[in-house]
Write a protein that binds this ligand. Structure first.
Ligand code: ZN
Length: 597
């Protein structure tokens, strides 16, 4: 079955990298930014600033930034499908430098918004002219209470380049340059592999391959142990200093503020993830039986059970997804179908395309697009459904202006996982018994990796940060012991985390470049599952609220958006709905396996 020859149409942005509209856009943005600075510099932080002036300024800024965002978006999209074309990489670099030139000119405006005293700001926000930008203003000001003097901020900003940012870069370079030894069990030769190549072999159906990959990976991390441990300690110390200087109440504080989530909400979800983690062992006991192994270890976690056999053409995938979406909501299926009709999807597998898949929202006055490589496999259908879930959200969010367009971070995966779930239910209904088992296994393992594994990693980070604050620098064994404890806890007695696994914390980039980011994955996945189970209970009434909520884009906080669909994020029962959905998938999986015996 041939792969689809479907490429996206980006003409809403530009026609090519030599399109004269690109230079025109930059010239326009350049002039507008200068005029903007001349008009507003010193006026916003001034006591004479009115709500009207602030609203006018934000609205001008929004139009300017939306316009100037287009060449960069265009370059990124071209790069995603032609990463090996030096003309494109040069073009991308050029656009990103021009973009940052514009940003520097506009930086003062946010600083002035931050400088407005809270009482005055509250009074201004009471004025209806600012209603539309309330969320934007609050986001700009989210860290104001923890901001130091301008001089101190400048020093921290400049020294971060030789401080925390230098450690992040060293981490990335060390891992990117390291070659892992893979002793190929079939040929006996020793291959030199990159991190992603050797990690990929942990998904091999051949246990000897997985074992060799596990050994080579552990050996490599062992060689890097000194530098990786030192880097992590510096990240822990950097956080400790940040907490002290800014008088933050706890380590993950800045992450919660960025995510616009309250500590009790996150703590509730993390507690439930720990309480419910015996679901993991329940699934892996069945997996061990299916694999016919006396014991599963860390190298068996992602071993494939079966490869799904059925092939699905791109056109059939379209029909399947549109019908499945349509059963939930006509609006959803229409929005998704527009992507096919108007060529907003690049699905053709071809050389030079980067891996993975994404939906780029672009701007509300153009349209979103999707990139993936469609190879007629069942998991491609799921990927397409996932990206179209994002796509429907982006399409509906075009009702908002640019600053309210992009979804808030913890809800970023809500519509995509929701879309995936709708299609998954449809796909398994029609699959053969063996394909069903494979589909469930993949879905369940994916859910575990997001929900329970990220929660365990969050607890690992919390414990390491606390230990560093209370007891000083940590050695690799101390960090490894915390890691083993949390990850073994997740799997219970179903999978044995061998000794070599104790070093596997050291390659996780999120611990280095985005401390505490990991819980957002757990939170987002569970939120989506919980919402999906709520949708099934409520029936058709839910649909209209859900669509309306997606239409609100990023104009409100996660709490406000969820309240709109009748969900209180602090309600334990709501979150338990998500765990019930996971449990129900495991029950089905157990039943399917029992029926084959
Ligand atoms: Zn996604």
């Amino acid at each position: 079955m041939p792969a689809p020859q479907v490429r996206w149409d980006l003409s809403a942005l530009f026609s090519s990298i030599t399109d004269p509209k690109i230079a025109e856009t930059w010239a326009r943005a350049e002039n507008a930014a200068d005029a903007f600075a001349a008009k507003y510099r010193g006026k916003i932080a001034s006591p004479d600033c009115t709500a009207e002036l602030l609203a006018e300024g934000i609205s001008e800024l929004e139009a300017l930034i939306q316009d100037a965002a287009k060449p960069g978006s265009y370059a990124n999209l071209l790069f995603a499908v032609e990463a090996n074309n030096p003309e494109i990489t040069g073009f991308l670099q050029d656009q990103s430098e021009k973009g940052s030139g514009i940003r520097v000119k506009l930086f003062f405006f946010d600083l002035e918004i931050q400088a407005i005293g809270q009482d005055r700001m509250d009074a201004m926000l009471a004025n209806p002219v600012l209603q539309k930008y309330k969320h934007y203003i609050n986001q700009v000001r989210v860290s104001t209470a923890y901001t130091l003097s301008e001089k101190e901020e400048v020093i921290l900003e400049e020294t971060a380049n030789t401080g925390v940012r230098a450690w992040v870069r060293l981490f990335e370079e060390v891992l990117a340059q390291h070659e892992f030894n893979f002793e190929n069990p079939k040929t006996g030769s020793v291959d030199k592999l990159s991190e992603s190549e050797i990690l990929n072999l942990l998904r091999s159906p051949d246990r000897a391959v997985r074992e060799a990959a596990g050994n080579g990976f552990s050996e490599g991390l062992g060689k890097l142990s000194h530098v990786l441990t030192y880097i992590f300690n510096n990240i822990l110390l950097d956080k400790k200093i940040d907490i002290k200087l800014r008088d933050r109440p706890y380590a993950e504080h800045s992450r919660h503020m960025e995510n616009e989530l309250q500590k009790p909400t996150v703590d509730l979800v993390m507690r439930l993830c720990k309480e419910k983690q015996d679901l993991v062992a329940r699934y892996y006991r069945v997996k061990r039986e299916i694999m016919g192994l006396p014991e599963l270890t860390h190298i068996d976690r992602y071993a494939p059970l079966f490869e799904t056999k059925e092939q699905i053409s791109y056109d059939d995938a379209r029909t399947l997804i549109i019908e499945a979406f349509g059963q939930f909501s006509g609006e959803m299926s229409q929005r998704a179908d527009e992507f096919f009709d108007k060529n907003w999807i690049d699905a053709e597998p071809r050389n030079g395309k980067t891996g993975g898949a994404f939906c780029s929202y672009n701007t509300p006055d153009t349209h979103p697009v999707i990139m993936m490589s469609y190879l007629n496999k069942m998991d491609n259908v799921m990927t397409l459904a996932h990206e179209l879930g994002h796509g429907v959200h982006a399409s509906l969010s075009r009702a908002q202006s640019y600053f309210n367009f992009h979804g808030t971070l913890p809800l970023a995966e809500l519509a995509s996982i929701f879309g995936e779930q709708v299609v998954f239910d449809r796909l398994v209904k029609e699959a053969s018994e063996e394909d069903k088992l494979a589909l469930y296994a993949e879905k369940i393992e994916g859910t575990f990796a997001s929900v329970f594994r990220q929660a365990a990693m969050f607890r690992f980070e919390q414990r390491c940060h606390n230990l560093r604050r209370e007891e000083g620098e940590l050695n690799a064994e101390e960090i490894g012991a915390v890691w083993q404890d949390e990850l073994q806890g997740m799997f219970g007695d179903s999978v044995k985390m061998g000794d070599q696994h104790s070093a596997w914390w050291s390659y996780v980039g999120h611990f280095i470049f985005a401390p505490f980011y990991v819980y957002a994955y757990s939170f987002g996945e569970l939120l989506s599952m919980s919402l999906y189970s709520r949708a099934q209970k409520e029936g058709p009434e839910f649909e209209a609220k859900y669509i309306k909520m997606l239409e609100m884009g990023g104009s409100k906080t996660p709490e406000e958006l969820m309240a709109f669909v009748g969900v209180n994020l602090d309600d334990e029962a709501f979150w338990l709905g998500g765990f019930e959905a996971i449990e129900s998938m495991i029950s089905t999986f157990e039943g399917l396996w029992a029926a084959t015996k």
